[in-house]
Design a protein around this ligand. Structure first.
Ligand code: MG
Length: 384
């Protein structure tokens, strides 16, 4: 086993053309790119893959800035390389594009390490607690009748947990509509299913405040909702704390936050019941793992948010497997970037669970031909 595997080339390849509807007030257009794949090629060793949730042009620009700092570094030392990048870019706007790009690089480096050692990333993250995880099917909210049909269709495919969010919820000043949507989803999901609700208050110009969130949390409790996500704008720490104290349902959030240092104040202030960092934004697996373990010390549950591509999902699965908490991962319904880019399709078992890939690294292989349909040119991902 070699002690050093120098990084020879890093590339970012934006994905576009098949982004699912976001439900954002400034809706994603087909030509927009909101995710990019990263490849880290090494000298004589395996290539690792990562994923970044930001505009593809920012991913490429950020990578160009980081490239001189990473070429030649040892790909077998993910945490050391990522922390060095964080430290050397302190003056370039911490927590933004560069943190997002470091996320993709960090995931790719863990993938390299796993492939080089012949071990799944979950083992390298400290040990395997779980071999499968429950994916919750993430669905955009629809008008009540349509909502029921959509949930029923995904239940039919084997999902046992659902999260509905965004769309008209909280945006029409109509509490009866909000309740009708949730009620339709509950009816379709069945009483046994886990059902979560995501207001999506990180969307632009969120119109509601704390009182709305408290009233809505009470309504959600009546429908057996397991958590209320982004009920308030993502910077409203003090209001999240008040909501957590008053709401009968667990309060979740944190998907747009980056860096472990940011999460520290949310945890210390007691602003959340469930913390949801996004592995493709927050700083990668190295950062995500620290946040997940730190959350436990504050009595806060961790659930990953790397739903956006198959690589994000694989990273979330590997980390969920390496934590003692009941393993749960977000699974966006009907995304080509999750279902269409892997050589081996994701498959639910009879209990609606997903196996944590046991192959080396993240345990997934990319489908080069399918990637031709959603990238300008996937070749740089494979040509080291
Ligand atoms: Mg969300």
């Amino acid at each position: 086993m070699t002690e050093c595997l120098p990084i020879r080339r890093v590339v970012a390849v934006p994905l576009f053309g098949q982004s699912p509807k976001g439900g954002w007030s400034n809706e994603i257009r087909p030509q927009d790119t909101i995710h990019a794949l990263i490849a880290v090629h090494t000298d004589g060793g395996p290539t690792g893959y990562g994923s970044i949730f930001t505009d593809g042009r920012l991913a490429q620009a950020g990578l160009a800035v980081l490239e001189p700092m990473i070429l030649g570094a040892n790909a077998l030392e993910p945490e050391k390389v990522s922390e060095t990048l964080h430290q050397h870019t302190f003056w370039m706007g911490r927590g933004g594009t560069l943190t997002h790009v470091i996320s993709g690089l960090d995931i790719a480096l863990w993938d390299v390490l796993g492939k080089a050692l012949g071990q799944p990333v979950s083992r390298l993250l400290g040990g395997v607690w779980h071999r499968r995880a429950m994916p919750y099917c993430s669905l955009l909210m629809e008008e009540p009748v349509r909502m029921g049909d959509v949930v029923a269709a995904w239940r039919e495919r084997g999902f046992r947990a659902f999260k509905i969010g965004w769309g008209p919820f909280g945006r029409r000043d109509d509490p009866r509509l909000d309740e009708a949507i949730v009620s339709a989803a509950r009816d379709a999901a069945g009483t046994e299913a886990k059902l979560m609700v995501d207001a999506g208050a990180s969307d632009a110009f969120w119109p509601n405040g704390l009182k709305w969130a408290i009233r809505t949390a009470e309504m959600l409790a009546a429908h057996g909702v397991a958590w209320f996500e982004e009920a308030l704008p993502p910077d409203a720490l003090a209001d999240h704390k008040r909501l957590r104290e008053r709401a009968p349902v667990p309060i979740a959030g944190g998907e747009v936050l980056t860096r472990r240092q940011t999460f520290l104040s949310w945890l210390a202030e007691g602003a959340l019941d469930i913390v949801q960092p996004d592995v493709t934004k927050v700083g990668g697996l190295s950062e995500q793992r620290r946040i997940a373990w730190l959350a436990r010390e504050f009595g806060v549950r961790y659930v990953g948010h790397g739903w956006n591509t198959a690589i994000g999902l694989a990273a979330d699965l590997q980390l969920a497997a390496a934590l003692p908490d009941p393993p749960l991962v977000e699974y966006i319904a009907g995304s080509a970037y999750v279902d269409g880019i892997v050589a081996e399709p994701w498959a639910l078992d009879a209990e609606g669970m997903l196996a944590v890939p046991q192959g080396p690294g993240l345990g997934i292989a990319l489908d080069r031909d399918r990637l031709r349909e959603m990238t300008l040119d996937p070749t740089p991902l494979f040509a080291g």
